[in-house]
Design a protein around this ligand. Structure first.
Ligand code: GDP
Length: 462
């Protein structure tokens, strides 16, 4: 019995023959979380398109079904609406993740191997927890006070054109003045506008995470603050004093509860990264994404802050998969370089201390393949293209996205030397609509490596 309990693994719970695993899905906004979860669940429910998931290939997944989730107060992931968007008569991309949500998928699995004759069917509950990667970036706020945070942010955004409006707003703002809600609200809005503009320009350092995705906290005092230059004197009741208090409230009432109630319970994690988008935006966006991913991944590392270690206790995340999404924008010959680029991007974070014993892997995936591959002759040369339906015109086009840089380091070094550009060819117009599902023999599965991702994340439990 003890051996069996141990075999279930740390963090997994057994009860009435069922195992439960909490699978975290995160990544910065537009990394592909919503499409990933929808496609994963659809392909597990509708078996037969996941040959790389061993239990599925062996025909041991006997049934798959959705069930009520265990957490009554967490919004349910709206699987049905997202699937309808992707697979309806006019397929379109669903609205992305804006806050945490959850979905329980249960599988009935036949045993494998030597124990097959001795043990019966098992139930595995997979509680998929979707949450914005921006919320993990808030971890960095926990270690600073309002004065240090303000100083650091104001210095960082000083050279950015996107922050011009905020700088102007600050010029007319007196931090030592008596607190007034309308002025505080206007300043917080101006800062949120800056964050949205920075995000649109490809910056990833967009903390506090809830400013961009406020959900039900919109307009509440915990989100009505902004970085301020420190005044010589900041009496009680001043703007500075009250915003400083709200900053602390954000940490205590928003950031900490998320880590305690959700993050601390995750057993397996996938971190989705829109590497291609960043490469296309250029070296600055890649460097910024690298920094943001380092921030995101801090939460998983042994060197994490004491308060978080205490919340997590003896539990640990057992497996972490890093996935470069939207790989269907590239011909498969470029998937290996894409994976290498992702590994290079995460190297500093991965090297530092690994992940407290978690198994990690990196791969390039497309949760929903929107293209097919074609080789065209251009100027006497064979060019590996991908063909899909363009989102704006509905027209079919075969496009060549351009070359991937060898590594983030090479990209940054070359960018230093001159005007080298990457993914510049047709990539700028590569906004494909989701493909209509055509499951003709020989067409291949409607995803790229979604099954291998599932095998890494949960295959050992099936
Ligand atoms: P989220 O903000 O992390 O939930 O991101 P979404 O899942 O909403 O994805 C953001 C956008 O990326 C989508 O609207 C699609 O345009 C694109 N996308 C996501 N996954 C894929 C994929 O597998 N293939 C392609 N071609 N595009 C994708």
């Amino acid at each position: 019995m003890a051996a069996r309990a141990e075999a279930l693994g740390q963090g997994l719970t057994a009860g009435r023959g069922a195992r439960t695993v909490r699978l975290g899905v995160t990544g910065l906004s537009r990394a592909g979380k919503t499409v990933f979860i929808t496609a994963l669940v659809a392909n597990l429910l509708d078996r037969g398109r996941m040959p790389g998931l061993r239990a599925a290939a062996e025909g041991r997944v006997l049934a798959a079904f959705l069930q009520p989730q265990p957490d009554d107060t967490v919004p349910r992931f709206d699987y049905e609406s997202h699937l309808a968007a992707l697979t309806g008569p006019d397929p379109h991309w669903p609205e992305g993740t804006r806050a945490i949500s959850e979905l329980r998928l249960s599988l009935r699995v036949a045993p494998s191997g030597l124990l097959a004759a001795l043990s019966g069917e098992r139930r595995v509950n997979i509680d998929i927890v979707d949450y914005p990667g921006e919320w993990l970036l808030d971890l960095a706020l926990m270690e600073v006070d309002f004065a240090d945070w303000s100083k650091e942010v104001l210095a960082r955004i000083a050279p950015r054109a996107e922050a011009a409006g905020y700088r102007q707003a600050l010029a007319d703002f007196d931090p030592a003045a008596p607190f007034a809600e309308p002025a505080a609200r206007d300043l917080a809005r101006s800062y949120a506008h800056y964050l949205a503009a920075a995000k649109a320009s490809g910056y990833s350092d967009c903390a506090p995470g809830r400013f961009l995705l406020p959900g039900e906290l919109e307009g509440s005092p915990v989100l009505t603050f902004a970085p301020l230059p420190r005044p010589d004197a900041a009496p009680r009741g001043s703007m500075w004093h009250e915003m400083s208090r709200r900053f602390e409230a954000y940490k205590a009432k928003v950031v900490r509860p998320f880590f305690r109630d959700h993050f601390a319970k995750i057993d397996r994690q996938i971190v989705l990264v829109d590497v291609l988008g960043a490469i296309h935006s250029g070296p600055r966006a890649v460097e910024d994404l690298r920094g943001a991913m380092e921030g995101v991944l801090r939460a998983f590392r042994p060197g994490r802050p004491g308060w978080l270690a205490a919340l997590i206790g003896g539990r640990r995340v057992e497996r972490i998969l890093f996935a470069a999404t939207k790989a269907d924008h590239l011909h498969h010959s470029q998937h290996a370089p894409l994976t290498r680029f992702l590994s290079g991007l995460l190297r500093s974070a991965r090297d530092r201390a690994d992940f407290a014993g978690a198994d990690t892997a990196a791969m390039a995936i497309a949760a929903l393949r929107a293209t097919v591959e074609e080789t065209h002759q251009r100027g006497g040369e064979a060019v590996d293209c991908v063909r899909g339906r363009l989102l704006d015109s509905g027209r079919e086009a075969a496009l060549f996205p351009g070359e991937l840089p060898d590594s983030p380091a090479a990209m940054l070094a070359e960018a230093h030397d001159g005007a080298e550009r990457w993914l510049d060819a047709d990539y700028a117009v590569m906004a494909f609509a989701p493909a209509r599902l055509v499951l003709r023999p020989g067409e291949g599965p409607p995803h790229i490596r979604l099954d291998r991702a599932a095998e890494f994340l949960i295959g050992d439990l099936l």
